[in-house]
Design a protein around this ligand. Structure first.
Ligand SMILES: Cc1cc2nc3c(=O)[nH]c(=O)nc-3n(C[C@H](O)[C@H](O)[C@H](O)COP(=O)(O)OP(=O)(O)OC[C@H]3O[C@@H](n4cnc5c(N)ncnc54)[C@H](O)[C@@H]3O)c2cc1C
Length: 330
């Protein structure tokens, strides 16, 4: 049974938690990352079907700040990611419209799937998988964390990247956490459908939906190093569609998304067979707190993650870095 004492306990092995973990470990701090899942990456998630990676959470990422551009450059050099596209066509007025010519910003993806980012950040870190934190309480001038299964960790500081509504359930006794969760903006859900195509390859790599039920259609197979034996298309429902259908019949919801996709591009999207449906209950904050990168309580409990900044991979990574820098400067 684990019963460990560390400087910092990080809840969540997504991009924010691992980014913080790398910075803290590099500075020589004793830290441990706890995640409830079996894999790393959180919402930058990849599922394997017949050994073929398919991204059903985050699809790509951008690098707009200098620090994250440097991190991305390292990933590019190491072959972790590559430039997949520059802008995407838009679905509007029932048609696929050409991309905005002014949007030539690179979009990066990973040939091995988006979890490659987390695997890269997590190398050499003490990450405990299948460690769901169920309770965090102040204990003198430190925190005690309890995991499902009984493992206990003592830490002077906690970084938490779990969604705020969930954080409030296990850390509501920590000063300020319940209040922060109550005032945070709601988190939207997302229905993701992985569908196999037997039709011709589309002319596009991804299509962003600006209206209607679909928020995204991605030709996932176009990210892979070699053309896979089976080709998968990923569909994401819009927040409104996903919230409306998330508690209902997911197969029926998937059929609606497939129908809408086929209407947009009948030539390439009429022969899709759904293979997996995932409901992301906490997909994205409706309105991330753009003015800050993290929140620190007076007692040393940090809220980190993409609920801050812009709600995307770059935000998560930046949040972890900023919180680690704040901690190290104290
Ligand atoms: C469908 C979808 C599509 C997206 N598309 C894009 C995109 O194309 N580009 C982009 O930049 N961003 C995209 N995003 C957003 C991007 O995935 C996130 O911004 C980023 O991955 C968030 O990282 P994070 O570390 O903040 O949170 P997460 O990745 O959610 O990490 C939090 C971690 O905490 C763990 N956890 C939660 N509760 C507990 C607990 N009690 N105990 C232990 N561990 C716990 C979880 O298992 C998870 O691993 C998308 C997200 C979704 C859902």
């Amino acid at each position: 049974m684990d019963h460990s004492s560390v400087d910092v306990c990080i809840i969540g092995a997504g991009l924010s938690g691992l980014s913080a973990g790398r910075a803290l470990t590099a500075a020589g701090r004793r830290m441990v990352v706890l995640d409830k899942s079996r894999g790393l990456g959180g919402r930058a998630a990849t599922r394997r079907i017949d050994g073929i990676p398919v991204d059903h959470g985050a699809q790509f990422f951008t690098a707009r700040s200098g620090a994250f551009q440097k991190q991305t450059e390292d990933w590019l050099q190491a072959g972790v990611c590559f430039e997949w596209s520059r802008g995407f066509p838009q679905a509007a007025n029932g048609r696929i419209q050409p991309p905005d010519s002014a949007d030539a910003h690179p979009r990066f993806a990973c040939a091995d799937g988006m979890t490659a980012l987390a695997k890269s950040l997590g190398q050499g870190l003490d990450v405990r998988r299948e460690h769901r934190v169920i309770r965090v309480e102040p204990d003198g001038d430190e925190f005690v964390l309890e995991c499902e299964g009984g493992a206990i960790f003592h830490a002077g500081t906690v970084f938490c990247s779990a969604p705020m509504p969930q954080t409030a359930t296990f850390a509501g006794e920590v000063a300020g956490v319940r209040q922060e969760a109550l005032t945070a903006s709601p988190i939207e859900s997302c229905l993701a459908v992985i569908a196999e195509t037997s039709g011709p390859d589309p002319a596009w790599r991804g299509v962003q939906g600006r209206e209607g039920n679909l928020a995204w259609i991605g030709a996932d197979f176009s990210k892979r190093r070699e053309r896979p034996a089976r080709r998968f298309i990923v569909l994401h429902g819009s927040a409104e569609f996903s919230d409306r259908h998330g508690d209902g019949d997911l197969d029926a919801a998937a059929r609606i998304l497939l129908h809408d996709a086929a209407a947009l591009d009948p030539e390439t999207l009429s022969s899709l067979t759904p293979r997996h449906i995932q409901r992301w209950r906490f997909a994205r904050s409706a309105q991330p707190l753009a003015d800050r990168a993290f929140r620190r309580s007076t007692t040393g409990f940090y809220l980190i993650g993409d609920a801050f900044l812009q709600g995307k991979i770059e935000s998560a990574w930046t949040s972890g870095q900023a919180a680690a820098a704040d901690f190290l400067a104290r």
